[in-house]
Design a protein around this ligand. Structure first.
Ligand code: HEC
Ligand code: HEC
Ligand code: HEC
Ligand code: HEC
Length: 196
């Protein structure tokens, strides 16, 4: 027995197994990844801003002939480039008779702040998931006794004209130290909310 221990002790002293594997230190997670800010700010009112002036759509469109010709770019609206696959007519979503309204699945018009009803024309299954809270995201409060839950609408994430998301970098693996300091920060900001 003593001999076994002696051999073990010597083996530890001369360190025949070498160094233990290095601990991997993950990079810290960027705080921006915890932001609740929606990806984009959509036009919720039919207002068109050009050269610092705001117009109602019908300031111009009440005198323009409606056009349902297929176009993906119109020089009058240079910010709009339509890249939405086979959905390549402006008038699948915009009412041809009233530019201040969008179209729903039955061809009735809907307000700009109800644009999800226009997406329902073609994205039924995703729409159903979104209604159930499975697609997209909730903001604000989970516990409705503390405040309202807000469901983000389709166009707060997807540009209706170019709905494809740009490629994203995945976040690094969780860094437990950083996570704890993040939780602490969250708790103190929650407390300051509650004490207000
Ligand atoms: C300063 C004038 C002006 C304003 C304001 C304006 N538009 Fe236009 N828009 C135009 C012109 C000009 C065209 C091109 C018409 C054509 O090619 O027949 C156009 C074309 C369009 C088209 C393509 C279909 C078509 O009729 O040719 C859509 C859709 C459209 N506008 C939507 C809007 C919406 C929505 C708003 C408000 C958010 C708006 N526009 C505000 C001038 C305007
Ligand atoms: C998939 C549906 C859809 C199609 C197709 C579509 N739009 Fe839109 N458009 C919307 C929605 C929804 C909004 C309001 C929400 C927002 O701005 O994100 C909007 C907003 C606009 C606006 C006002 C805001 C801005 O960006 O200036 C203009 C102008 C406009 N569209 C023009 C056009 C033109 C021109 C076309 C065709 C080349 C077109 N749209 C095709 C859904 C669509
Ligand atoms: C007229 C039918 C139609 C309407 C209305 C419509 N879409 Fe689409 N959408 C399509 C088609 C077709 C595709 C497939 C595009 C492709 O082949 O790349 C698509 C693709 C998409 C994609 C996936 C893009 C990608 O390549 O990853 C998103 C996101 C999307 N639509 C969002 C919306 C939103 C938001 C609205 C409402 C503002 C909307 N769509 C309205 C027909 C429609
Ligand atoms: C909180 C943000 C958010 C909201 C709100 C949201 N989406 Fe998405 N959606 C996403 C993301 C992220 C993806 C995945 C994008 C990717 O894989 O490139 C996606 C994917 C999609 C796709 C492509 C699905 C596929 O199988 O490729 C469609 C179509 C779509 N969304 C439509 C909608 C419609 C319609 C609504 C509203 C009823 C909506 N989205 C609401 C974030 C959102």
């Amino acid at each position: 027995m003593a001999v076994v221990f002696l051999v073990l002790a010597i083996s530890f002293i001369v360190d025949i197994w070498g160094e233990p594997p290095k601990r991997v230190i993950h990079p810290t997670v960027d705080q921006a990844n915890f932001s609740q800010k929606p990806a984009r700010t959509p036009a919720l009112n039919p207002i068109y801003v050009k050269d610092g002036y705001s117009y109602r759509c019908n300031d111009c469109h009440s005198v323009l002939e409606p056009s349902d010709v297929q176009k993906s770019y119109i020089s009058a609206h240079p910010d709009v480039i339509l890249e939405h696959g086979a959905n390549n007519y402006c008038t699948t979503c915009h009412s041809p008779d009233n530019r201040e309204r969008l179209l729903d699945i039955n061809g009735y018009d809907v307000a700009f702040d109800q644009s999800h009803k226009s997406c329902l024309q073609c994205h039924g299954p995703i729409y159903r998931d979104w209604e159930a809270g499975v697609h997209g995201r909730m903001n604000d409060y989970w516990d409705t006794e503390r405040g309202p839950t807000r469901k983000l609408t389709c166009v707060e994430c997807h540009n209706p004209h170019q709905p494809k998301f740009p490629d994203m970098q995945p976040s690094p693996a969780p860094n437990i130290n950083n996570y704890i300091s993040f939780l602490n920060q969250l708790m103190t900001s929650e407390e300051s909310h509650a004490s207000r």
